[in-house]
Design a protein. Structure first.
Length: 235
């Protein structure tokens, strides 16, 4: 157990180091920009290893839909390194990843066996609808016709993923809050990415929000399923 805990910590530190290097690769040209391209496909595999090792050290059963979602992130990251050619495969990979996350969250809700409070459903829906009207809809209207349908479907799926994480947090407990926060980071990241692709704006903030999004989703699914007496970080 102690050895697995140390390995898990090392993988989390490696993820942080790769994240810092990846973001640094966006700040300059030349050799450093190659660092961004070389580190981006490594991010989700390292995060997957961190998730599996942490779950093992904590005595938490692995929900295999989470690794499947990270696999979708890995494929999406890799395809979008050449977004002009592989934008739709990249978008589809992330969409499948979000569907895996959504299924995992709904499984948690079903396992809890309790009702979903209306006091969470209605304000939650109102918040997402407001965000769509103010931030997402203008981007969709500006998108090319051939991209509009795909982007609309993707948007619906990511909002479903986030809403299901909100319901999971409300039903299953606040230990799942990091997962919900990660879903919000994902929405912000994809909004910024859409503004970059469709409106030609700078890509600043895309990776800075995407990297914590994936990490928080994985971490929250571990924290939320910890046994009551688990102290998995103790040596």
């Amino acid at each position: 157990m102690r050895g697995m805990t140390i390995i898990a910590i090392l993988f989390w530190l490696l993820y942080l180091a790769l994240s810092a290097a990846n973001i640094a690769g966006l700040r300059r040209e030349g050799d450093v920009s190659r660092l961004h391209r070389r580190t981006k496909p490594l991010l989700c595999p390292v995060l997957l290893a961190a998730y599996l090792c942490t779950a093992s050290a904590a005595g938490v059963s692995v929900i295999w839909l989470i690794p499947a979602g990270l696999l979708g992130g890995f494929l999406g990251d890799t395809f979008l390194l050449n977004a002009e050619r592989y934008f739709l495969p990249g978008l589809s990979s992330f969409l499948l990843g979000h569907l895996c996350y959504t299924a995992a969250f709904l499984m948690q809700i079903a396992a809890a066996g309790t009702g979903i409070p209306v006091s969470v459903i209605l304000p939650g829906l109102a918040g997402y609808i407001l965000y769509i009207l103010l931030a997402a809809r203008p981007v969709l209207r500006a998108a090319k016709r051939e991209l509009r349908i795909g982007c609309s479907v993707y948007m619906a799926v990511i909002f479903l993923m986030s809403f299901s994480s909100l319901l999971m947090t409300a039903v299953c407990g606040m230990r799942f809050l990091p997962t919900f926060l990660g879903s919000l980071f994902f929405i912000i990241s994809d909004t910024l990415l859409s503004c970059q692709i469709v409106l030609g704006r700078s890509g600043r903030g895309v990776m800075e929000t995407y990297l914590p999004a994936q990490a928080l989703i994985a971490l929250g699914m571990i924290l939320g399923n910890l046994p009551p007496t688990a102290i998995f970080w103790a040596f």
